[in-house]
Design a protein around this ligand. Structure first.
Ligand SMILES: [Fe+2]
Length: 420
């Protein structure tokens, strides 16, 4: 596959990672010349005591430092909206805060980024900052604390914010949207249920694998991706079986952040394209879509990017398997290895980790992706921008064919893959 002759890479978020990283928040705020942060989170994160943990750690401030929490907003919904962003910004201003601490997953981080645009730019219409490059200067200090090991949002320069009244989603992209600090603490994911631990880790794995195999790949993202893949495959099944494996939890959190750095500098591919479409049409959680679709994306692209797929066998299966597998067989062995990981997670969760779309049910026992919805998903995928970095082109029929196989659980018949 033909790669561009140059690349750009930027990752200027300062990471503080460890079993007791939260205790460094006051120092981080002082380094940013901030002393009155607004904490932004969601009800779920607050309910499991994670905000208490953050504030307790902050209270261990060294003598002489002056950090005081300005206010806490804990009502960010899973699919954040411009109304929420404006509410958060209003609270920030009324409490005279000078910085933001975002504790949560992708929606919390996106809300924090949107609110920071409003308060830093004194904006009355957030819309005028949408698109890429509309933000021209440094925003107010922000610290991101992820509570899942999956999205990597703490390392991405994009925010997606819906305007439900107009039924649209606005995308904001700027290096100024990168947080100043990412605090990665193993305690933040300790209460994650086994099934969420499993599928968020598979989202991180997909970020790393697609970063390594898509058209935007570059040597620096490659290094991050390889290391992330190794950490995930060495730890995820054990953490799912033993939730108190804190070293394993920290490894997954580090991997998620590294995978975030990798893909935000190289992009993703068709696994995310179809995942976004399936999430949009059938509301299947993103990580579940990634978990199911990852082997299919690799099978589809193998004729274009087989060498790179083969190289992934090393971090996925280890030195012995890599060395004993002939080079020509490594790409298919990589896919086998990922399918084995999916099966291992299925077994480790007592069958709650779905392998195919026909196994995905909601809490009320309803099939989330009825087979008749597959054409809608294929149609929606056509307008998703992630496909532009996929090694092989896809049209409607290709998307539908991949989805039919991923629904049924049958590997792709590689002889039928269109070779453009
Ligand atoms: Fe993702």
């Amino acid at each position: 596959m033909q790669l561009p002759g140059y690349y750009e890479f930027c990752s200027r978020v300062k990471m503080i990672a460890g079993h007791n990283a939260l205790e460094q928040i006051p120092e981080a705020l002082l380094a940013l010349k901030a002393e009155k942060p607004l904490i932004i989170t969601d009800k779920g994160v607050a309910a499991v005591g994670l905000i208490k943990q953050v504030t307790a750690a902050m209270n261990k401030t060294k003598k002489g430092t002056k950090v005081k929490i300005g206010a806490t907003y804990d009502n960010v919904p899973p699919d954040s909206d411009i109304t929420v962003v404006n509410e958060v910004a209003k609270l920030y201003k009324s409490k005279k805060c000078d910085s933001i601490i975002a504790v949560g997953g992708g929606s919390v981080l996106d809300t924090a980024k949107g609110a920071n645009i409003v308060v830093s730019e004194n904006a009355t219409d957030l819309m005028q900052y949408s698109g890429y490059g509309a933000i021209k200067r440094k925003l107010n200090p922000t610290i991101a604390i992820p509570t899942t090991s999956g999205t990597g949002s703490e390392m991405t320069l994009v925010a997606v914010i819906a305007d439900h009244s107009k039924n649209i989603k606005m995308v904001f992209g700027s290096y100024f949207l990168l947080p100043d600090y990412a605090i990665i603490d193993s305690r933040m994911t300790k209460t994650l249920p086994a099934s969420i631990t499993a599928f968020t880790a598979m989202d991180a794995l997909t970020h790393a694998v697609e970063a390594y195999t898509c058209l935007g790949k570059n040597p620096v993202s490659d290094a991050m991706a390889m290391s992330a893949i190794q950490l995930i495959t060495q730890n995820v099944v054990n953490v799912v079986k033993k939730p108190n494996d804190m070293d394993g939890r920290l490894a997954l959190a580090n991997a998620s952040t590294m995978a975030g750095i990798a893909f935000s500098n190289s992009m993703v591919g068709m696994v995310h394209t179809l995942g976004h479409a399936t999430g949009g049409v059938c509301h299947v959680p993103h990580g579940i879509c990634m978990n199911i679709l990852l082997p299919y994306g690799l099978e589809y692209n193998m004729h274009k990017t087989g060498n790179y797929i083969g190289e992934l066998l090393y971090p996925l299966a280890g030195e012995e398997v890599y060395n004993s597998t002939p080079k020509k067989d490594r790409p298919t062995k990589t896919v086998e290895q990922i399918r084995k990981l999916i099966q291992d997670l299925h077994d480790a969760t007592g069958g709650r980790h779905p392998r195919w779309f026909k196994e995905v049910y909601d809490r009320d026992g309803n099939l989330m992706v009825p087979r008749e919805k597959l054409p809608d998903i294929a149609k929606t995928a056509m307008s998703d921008a992630s496909q532009f970095y996929n090694p092989e082109d896809l049209d409607y029929n290709d998307f539908l064919w991949v989805m039919e196989n991923a629904w049924e659980g049958t590997p792709l018949d590689r002889k039928k893959v269109k070779k453009g």
